[in-house]
Design a protein around this ligand. Structure first.
Ligand SMILES: [Zn+2]
Length: 78
């Protein structure tokens, strides 16, 4: 039997941080607090998933700045 497996990445926006200037594209856009989730799939069904990256995401240029889990928590609860 052949097992089809792979990984899947998904971006989840958690919170809007309001309008701020992006250090990458220098546009003032709504910056978002986001998590990237990675899941291992078998036959295209997600089996295990985990948060692989925490970041501030700019919807304008798609730039993401990586955050530590402590920084993320602080921004989320602010
Ligand atoms: Zn940007």
């Amino acid at each position: 039997m052949v097992i089809v497996y792979g990984t899947k990445k998904k971006l989840k926006i958690d919170k809007s941080l309001g309008h701020k200037m992006c250090p990458n594209c220098h546009h003032t856009t709504e910056q978002a607090l986001a998590r990237e989730k990675t899941a291992v799939t078998i036959f295209y069904i997600p089996i295990v998933g985990w948060v692989s990256k925490r970041m501030i995401f700019c919807p304008c240029c798609g730039e993401s700045r990586k955050l530590t889990s402590a920084e993320y928590k602080e921004l989320k609860n602010a």
